[in-house]
Design a binder for this molecule. Structure first.
Ligand code: ADP
Ligand code: MG
Length: 403
């Protein structure tokens, strides 16, 4: 990768300047709209504190949730997020319930050095008069240019969004003269690069979770960089079906059966698929039963005892570990055993590097109370997988191209 600018390159220039700071404050909310995990907010603090120290005027942009209707706007306002950020920073964060227009420009003009202003959810621009227009998410040129012109400097620190193309990211970069990445980006890139640059071996990758079609193709890259790739539960059924096993009602990507067969043949030494499953008759938190061949009316919701044994044995000697995606429906008390045992096994001894990434994976590891024993928690899900597979991210390619 070409050397790209970081905010440290701006250190002497941003005093009294308006810095547009793009963060990823897209945190999980419960049904009442309360934040259930603020890992991503906490991860942005070093960059904000750095900009305060350098006497910049800080304007924060972020998205939250997906905005498809006017109603979504009620639920996904960034107001609560600005309050949490204010608590964590111990400094006033002004919130404005708009992100374009005269008011925005007026408030920005009045900012003093060290002031922090958070504008409303960038994705509100995706819906106009009740209709989905996708100005933010489809990188509308005018919108990117407008936001770019709100400040003289732009700092991109939304690691978890690095695999997407938005007006408030790519659109601003292509219209801005001064842009750099923030401290979170720098750290994510540094830690995650060490997974593929020269990992202490054995290096084991664990991939679980539910987004099968999103994730399955990454496995091909992981078998190249890791010594072993372990696939569990929801992702495993495509492979088990390819092996001729019965998978019942468990989720399968039928378009990938042949591919899975070939991959298992080509990488028979490296690929490890969970064997038994803890199953239920429906997607519900009820006591499970163990099967190797899942009956037609059952669904696999966790890995079974033989898989736990096999995986924890495999992990014993591992020096480097990367884990994305829970190995069962960890939201259910009855189907979290597999993930819990894996978390215990990873943290039971000192490793050179252990990394967990992914929204649900982070929530799961926090619930086990073992997060402090993991070397690094990555704020990205899709972005982390993409970065590890491609050794870059679309946003980094754009940054390089326009630098
Ligand atoms: P992450 O957010 O860490 O990238 P995903 O979003 O891909 O992970 O997947 C997390 C979700 O996967 C969790 O909500 C979990 O309940 C679900 N899950 C795990 N195993 C299964 C399974 N066997 N069947 C259905 N859902 C599962
Ligand atoms: Mg998820």
């Amino acid at each position: 990768m070409k050397k790209i600018k970081t905010i440290k390159d701006f250190s002497k220039k941003i005093k009294n300047e308006v810095v547009i700071l793009r963060l990823d404050l897209n945190v999980p909310l419960n049904k009442d709209g309360q934040i259930t995990d603020d890992t991503r907010i906490k991860a942005t603090l070093p960059t904000i504190e750095y900009l305060i120290k350098k006497n910049a005027k800080i304007v924060i942009l972020s998205h939250l949730g997906r905005i498809k209707t006017e109603d979504d706007k009620k639920f996904y306002s960034l107001k609560n997020i600005s309050k949490r950020l204010e608590e964590l920073l111990g400094t006033k964060v002004e919130f404005l319930s708009e992100n374009v227009g005269e008011n925005v420009e007026k408030v920005i003009k009045l900012l003093q050095p060290k002031d922090i202003l958070m504008l409303e959810n960038t994705r509100f621009q995706d819906v106009k008069k009740g209709e989905y227009v996708g100005l933010e998410s489809k990188n509308n040129h005018q919108l990117g240019k407008y936001w770019a012109n709100l400040g003289n400097y732009y700092v991109y620190d939304a690691f978890a969004l690095g695999h997407r193309t938005n007006a408030s990211t790519v659109g601003i970069i292509t219209n801005s003269k001064n842009f750099a990445i923030g401290l979170l980006m720098e750290k994510e890139i540094k830690v995650l690069s060490s997974l593929f640059e020269n990992p202490k071996r054995p290096f084991i990758v664990l991939i679980g979770g539910a987004k099968i079609s999103d994730k399955i193709h990454y496995i091909e890259s992981f078998v190249e960089i890791a010594d072993k790739v372990i696939i569990g539960t929801a992702l495993s059924y495509t492979f088990l079906k390819a092996r001729g096993k019965k998978v019942g009602k468990s989720p399968v990507d039928n378009s990938k059966i042949e591919w899975a067969k070939n991959l298992m043949e080509k990488y028979s030494e490296k690929l490890l698929i969970s064997t038994d499953s803890m199953c239920a008759s429906e997607y519900k938190d009820i006591p499970g039963e163990v099967y190797f061949d899942i009956p037609d009316d059952k669904i696999g919701l966790d890995i079974g005892p033989e898989s736990i044994d096999m995986i924890t044995k495999e992990l014993e000697e591992a020096k480097t570990i990367f884990w994305n995606g829970p190995f069962g429906v960890t939201e259910f008390m009855n189907f979290r055993q597999g993930s819990l045992e894996i978390a215990k096994s990873i943290t039971s001894k000192k490793r050179n590097l252990s990394v967990v990434g992914g929204g649900d994976s982070i929530a799961m590891i926090r619930e086990t109370g073992l997060e402090n024993k993991i070397t690094y928690i990555s704020t990205g899900g899709g972005a982390t997988l993409e970065f590890l597979s491609n050794k870059t991210l679309p946003i980094l390619d754009i940054i390089e191209q326009y630098s």
